[in-house]
Design a protein around this ligand. Structure first.
Ligand SMILES: C[S@@+](CC[C@H](N)C(=O)[O-])C[C@H]1O[C@@H](n2cnc3c(N)ncnc32)[C@H](O)[C@@H]1O
Length: 360
């Protein structure tokens, strides 16, 4: 329907009228901007608490966008993230990548939010026009923004960026944008002091970032309990993950990175090489060291079973989780571990070492 509408020249007024006709296919979010629920993926493109609000609080603010020079805006969709970034930093150079022309055409129809949004629409329109998806242009195309209508996973990167927005559908719906191969590619195109930002807090996704060589940090939660993720190439001394989150990534099968046949590998490793995710905070309660936390009887039973099947002694468990404590509790450390990334790596190393695997 949308492709057909754009098969003729369409003035701005006509586009507005057409949007009014089809707007029941969109969802108005709490900040009055629109999102769309992808029928195939079965997920909305943005948070219903505010599509544009999400761009500002989950991407622009955590990346300190006003200090950045060159943004790689992956999975650009309606262009909200790029618009918010340009609004906060008008000099920013931006490369956008989105593979679906229909989503981009929808992005042209949604109401303008700001002058920056009109500029982003100009860049979207220019690429759609060049590729033959539309017959006329109504927006001015900015010089500092370019949209590539391509599959980001196959994209041949030519530049180096100091900020990357990674805004794909959730990894539970589509893991490929979070795969180890893709993150390794992104590592290479990120400047030394740059940051990669995603709204996702998935443990597997974070484990994949670590495996690709990044440091990982938590961004400040916005309108939900869980924080997004900031990845960097150097120790930026940002917010660490919680003890529980670190443990899940380091020690359980949820922390197996996104690679082909991940599910088979998880099953093979669970309760033999890696704990099942039921352990979370349970070591303290079961072995009575460190601070105790509230766990239910059911949680405790599941954790006890997993710990038993892993065949590790109390001393060995203390050795594994020791990097998370301010002072050594195992009597075998020569140093302390100052951030999430160091702690996860060391805990995983210790567990695998006890299981006879050398992963340094
Ligand atoms: C969560 S939405 C992104 C919303 C967007 N960042 C915005 O500001 O409006 C995810 C988008 O990724 C696109 N996408 C999914 N896989 C892709 C791929 N491999 N390459 C490029 N775009 C992709 C989808 O078409 C969809 O528009």
């Amino acid at each position: 329907m949308i492709k057909e509408f754009f098969s003729k020249e369409r003035a701005e007024k006509e586009r507005k009228e057409f949007f009014e006709k089809i707007k029941n296919h969109f969802i108005k979010t709490e900040d009055s901007t629109y999102t769309y629920r992808d029928p195939q993926i079965q997920e909305t493109m943005h948070s219903v608490t505010g599509a544009y609000d999400e761009s500002i609080y989950k991407f622009c603010i955590p990346s300190v966008i006003e200090k950045r020079k060159y943004l790689l805006d992956l999975f650009s969709g309606f262009g909200y993230n790029a618009s918010a970034a340009l609004e906060m930093n008008p000099q920013l150079k931006i490369d956008m990548i989105e593979k679906d022309p229909e989503i981009l055409l929808m992005g042209l129809l949604i109401p303008d939010i700001s002058e920056a949004h009109r500029k982003i629409k100009g860049a979207i329109e220019s690429s759609l026009y060049d590729a033959g998806f539309i017959k006329n242009r109504v927006y001015e195309s900015p010089e500092n923004v370019h949209l590539f209508i391509e599959d980001a996973l196959e994209f041949r990167f030519r530049d180096i960026y100091d900020v990357i927005f990674h805004d794909a559908y959730s990894p539970e719906k589509d893991w490929k944008p979070y795969s180890l191969n893709f993150f390794k590619k992104l590592y290479k195109v990120l400047e030394r002091t740059g940051v990669l930002i995603t709204y996702s807090s998935s443990s597997a996704m974070r484990a994949t970032l670590l495996e690709a060589g990044f440091y990982i940090w938590a961004s400040k939660p916005h309108r939900r309990k869980r924080s997004g993720t900031i990845a960097s190439k150097i120790d930026l001394k940002l917010r660490n993950l919680s003890k529980k989150e670190e443990r899940i990534i380091a020690l359980t099968d949820l922390g197996v990175p996104y690679i082909e046949n991940r599910d088979v590998l998880r099953k093979k490793l669970r309760n033999r090489t890696l704990f099942s995710s039921s352990i979370k905070l349970c070591f303290e309660n079961i072995y009575n060291f460190g601070e105790k936390s509230n766990i239910s009887e059911r949680e405790r039973n599941r954790a006890e079973r997993s710990i038993k099947r892993m065949e590790l002694t109390e001393e060995e468990i203390k050795y594994i989780v020791c990097p998370q404590y301010e002072k050594c509790i195992c009597g075998m450390c020569h140093r302390r571990y100052k951030n999430t990334t160091e702690r996860i790596k060391e805990m995983k190393f210790r567990l695998l070492k006890l299981k006879g695997i050398n992963n340094k």
